[in-house]
Design a protein around this ligand. Structure first.
Ligand SMILES: *Cc1c(COP(=O)(O)O)cnc(C)c1O
Length: 414
C-alpha cells in the first residue's frame, strides 16, 4: 500500500537502511505539486518562487531549480544556500522582516530582487540606489487569512509589510528618490484555505498598483493550505487560479503591460512530500492512557507543540488493522512533548495498528517547517534526511554526531 512506501520502497526499509529518527522526502510528490500550481495559473505569466525556509536542504533546492522553480529567501544564509544550489542572483527574491540595512545591501550587491518591508528601509534604499536598482515593496493589505494567529501575516496588527493605508508616505519616498519599484508583494499567511482571503489581498494590492509606473511583477506570496488528513479542506487551486488570474489579467490590460505573477509557496510544494520516521522506544500503558514514546521529540518536529498542528501518525511496521488502539504519541524531551494533537488543536490520541516497542512510527506532512525548525534542544542530535528520487533513496544530510553539538563551544578554565 502506498501509505507504507515511498516510490515502492517500504518505509521500514528506509528506517533500517538509514536509521531513525529520519526525514524522508518523495521527489515525485514535489514535482506533482509544482505541476498542479503551474496548471492552476496556466493563463498568466507565472513564476514560482519556492519559499525555502520550509525546507532548505540543498538537494531540495536543486530539485526545485531543475524543475524551473525559482526561490524566495529570508536570510543571508538562505541566500548563500540558494547560490550553492546554482541559482543566480536575479532568480532569488530576498523577503526579510525587519533586518539591518547591511543585509539588504548584501542582497542588492548580489543582484537579488528585494522586498522592502518598512518605510525606513524604503527610504534608505532610495537614498542609496535611486533608480539604479529596482526593488519590490511588501505591502500589508489588512486581510485576515491563515491557519492560526502565529501564521497570519497580513492582518492589521501584523508586523509584516507596509500598510496599504500608508500609500501616500510610500509614494512620497519613491518620488523623492526617483525609485524604480518593479513589483508589489504581499503574503497573507500560512494554511490559507479560503479563496476569498487571496482575492481580497490581491484586490488590495492591484488597487494600489496603478500608482507605480515601473511595475514588472505582482507577487502574491504563499500560504496555500495542504491536506493534513483524509477529507481535509484545502485551498481549491483551480478556483484560486481562475479568480486570481482573471483579476490579474484585467489589471494588466488596464495597466497597459503584461506583468509577471509570482507566488512563493513553501508548504504547498514540500509538506506532503515528507515523512518523518522514528522508533517506538516504549509502549506505556497506564490506567488512563497508553503512551507510545518515540526516539524523537519537539526538537526534531516542532509543529505540534508550537502550533497545535495536526499530523497523521501511523505504525509503519504493522499493517494488520485487527488490533487497533488509541495511543498518545509522545517524544523524549523533558517537558510535555506530544505529537498526537487533535484537529481542534488539543493534545490527544491516535487510533493506530497495535504498536510494539521497536516498531517504526511514521509522521506525515513532514516536508515543510519540520527539519528546518529542528534544534539540538536537550543536546540531541539532528536527524538524517533522505530524498527518494527516480526510485532510489539518497542520503541528503548526514545524521549529527556529538561533534556537531560541541563544535562551537569554547572551554575556558573556570
Ligand atoms: C513563509 C513565507 C512564505 C511561504 O508560506 P507557506 O505557508 O509555506 O506557503 C511565502 N512568502 C513569505 C514572505 C514567507 O515568509
Amino acid at each position: 500500500m502506498s501509505y507504507y512506501n515511498i516510490q515502492n520502497i517500504p518505509l521500514t526499509d528506509l528506517a533500517k537502511q538509514f536509521g531513525t529518527p529520519l526525514y524522508v522526502y518523495d521527489a515525485d510528490k514535489i514535482i506533482e505539486k509544482i505541476a498542479i500550481l503551474r496548471d492552476s495559473f496556466k493563463n498568466v505569466n507565472l513564476k514560482i518562487k519556492y519559499a525555502c525556509k520550509a525546507n532548505t536542504n540543498l538537494s531540495i533546492l536543486k530539485l526545485m531549480r531543475k524543475h524551473g522553480v525559482e526561490i524566495d529567501v529570508v536570510s543571508p544564509e538562505e541566500l548563500r544556500l540558494a547560490m550553492m544550489a546554482g541559482y543566480e542572483g536575479s532568480q532569488i527574491t530576498f523577503t526579510p522582516s525587519g533586518v539591518s540595512f547591511d543585509e539588504i545591501e548584501l542582497a542588492a550587491e548580489l543582484g537579488t530582487r528585494i522586498n522592502l518591508d518598512n518605510l525606513d528601509v524604503l527610504e534608505k534604499f532610495g537614498k542609496q540606489y535611486g533608480n539604479t536598482k529596482g526593488a519590490l515593496i511588501r505591502l500589508k493589505p489588512h486581510v485576515f487569512g491563515g491557519g492560526n494567529e502565529k501564521i497570519m501575516t497580513a492582518h492589521p496588527e501584523s508586523k509584516f509589510g507596509i500598510s496599504i493605508h500608508q500609500k501616500d508616505e510610500i509614494l512620497e519616498i519613491v518620488n523623492k528618490y526617483d525609485m524604480k519599484i518593479i513589483g508589489l508583494h504581499q503574503h497573507t499567511g500560512s494554511d490559507v484555505k479560503n479563496a476569498d482571503a487571496f482575492t481580497q489581498a490581491a484586490t488590495a494590492i492591484l488597487d494600489i498598483a496603478s500608482n507605480f509606473k515601473d511595475l514588472e511583477i505582482i507577487d502574491l506570496g504563499g500560504g496555500f493550505k495542504v491536506p493534513y488528513k483524509e477529507g481535509d479542506s484545502v485551498t481549491d487551486m483551480a478556483e484560486v487560479g481562475e479568480v486570481l488570474s482573471n483579476a490579474f489579467l484585467e489589471f494588466c490590460k488596464n495597466y497597459g503591460r503584461e506583468l509577471q505573477l509570482w507566488f512563493e509557496p513553501g508548504k504547498f510544494l514540500v509538506s506532503e512530500a515528507g515523512t518523518f520516521l522514528a522508533t517506538a522506544n516504549v509502549v506505556k500503558t497506564d490506567p488512563i492512557k497508553t503512551f507510545v514514546g518515540i526516539n524523537s521529540g519537539l526538537n526534531h518536529l516542532g509543529r505540534p507543540m508550537m502550533y497545535g498542528a495536526y499530523h497523521d501518525i501511523f505504525n509503519a511496521s504493522n499493517q494488520d488493522t485487527s488490533e487497533q488502539q488509541e495511543y498518545r504519541v509522545v517524544g523524549y524531551i523533558c517537558e510535555t512533548d506530544t505529537f498526537s494533537w487533535t484537529p481542534e488543536g488539543k493534545q490527544g490520541e491516535r487510533l493506530m495498528n497495535k504498536v510494539s516497542a521497536g516498531d517504526i512510527i511514521a509522521i506525515k506532512n513532514a516536508g515543510a517547517y519540520c527539519f528546518s525548525m529542528a534544534s539540538q534542544y536537550n543536546s540531541r542530535l539532528l536527524p538524517a534526511e533522505v530524498l527518494v528520487i527516480d526510485g532510489e533513496a539518497k542520503l541528503i544530510r548526514k545524521r549529527d554526531t556529538f561533534d556537531d553539538i560541541v563544535r562551537n563551544l569554547v572551554s575556558v578554565d573556570i
